[in-house]
Design a protein around this ligand. Structure first.
Ligand code: NAG
Length: 214
């Protein structure tokens, strides 16, 4: 990406990459905080919308000020957009990739589902790592536009299909997706609001103890 942006000095590339990774760490920590505060879905929407816009900007700026340009302002702008793009990704996707799938997969398919998810994720990453350098050499800045167009499709997908899971127990999420509650544990929200009292909780426990004795 930096080669295409017009930064070919390897030391400069290394410095930018070190700072970029540190920046992404901070963004993902902030995102980790927000997936509980804002919820999974809004965080994903913010992340995808902004990363799509920034990736289109990377493409446009690479086209205008890439490879053969000497306009340093333009090259800096491209680097800034790469930072904003990667930061937007880290804000949403870095935490969500590991929080959301195990929440929406129900108990019986959780382990296998995570296996399939990791296979798909790493398979796609493998493809991208090998294919993108060739794509960048062959069609340059257009690679970004194709990628960003795909990201744009994810916005309505998340909007329509994602179910908010923040603040719910796995049993409550199960009920949300299945329509059936497979557990007798009281809902967390009800306990917090005081609708299910300690008495009720301890009564259930007392009943169980009584049953055991009998
Ligand atoms: C870089 O490009 C912009 C937009 O075309 C222009 O305003 C600016 O003067 C250029 N800077 C240099 C150093 O050529």
């Amino acid at each position: 990406m930096l080669d295409n942006a017009g930064i070919t000095n390897t030391t400069t590339q290394l410095q930018i990459n070190v700072i970029l990774n540190a920046f992404c760490l901070v963004c993902s920590l902030v995102g980790t905080y927000f997936i509980d505060r804002l919820g999974r879905k809004p965080t994903a929407m913010i992340s995808i919308t902004s990363l799509t816009i920034f990736l289109f900007m990377v493409g446009a700026l690479t086209k205008s000020y890439g490879t053969n340009s000497t306009n340093t302002s333009g090259i800096y702008a491209t680097v800034a957009m790469i930072f904003l793009f990667q930061g937007s990704y880290s804000f949403g996707w870095t935490p969500l990739l590991y929080v959301y799938p195990p929440e929406v997969l129900n108990y019986s398919i959780r382990a296998n589902g995570m296996g399939v998810m990791q296979l798909a994720l790493n398979g796609t990453a493998l493809m991208a790592v090998f294919a993108f350098p060739f794509a960048l050499v062959a069609i340059g800045w257009k690679t970004y536009l194709i990628n960003a167009a795909w990201d744009a499709l994810e916005v309505p997908f998340v909007w329509w299909y994602w179910v908010e899971t923040a603040g719910k127990t796995l049993e409550e999420i199960d009920e949300l997706l299945d329509g059936v509650k497979h557990s007798t544990a009281p809902d967390v929200e009800k306990v917090i609001r005081g609708e299910v009292g300690r008495d009720e909780l301890s009564l259930e426990k007392a009943d169980e103890e009584q049953d055991l004795k009998e």
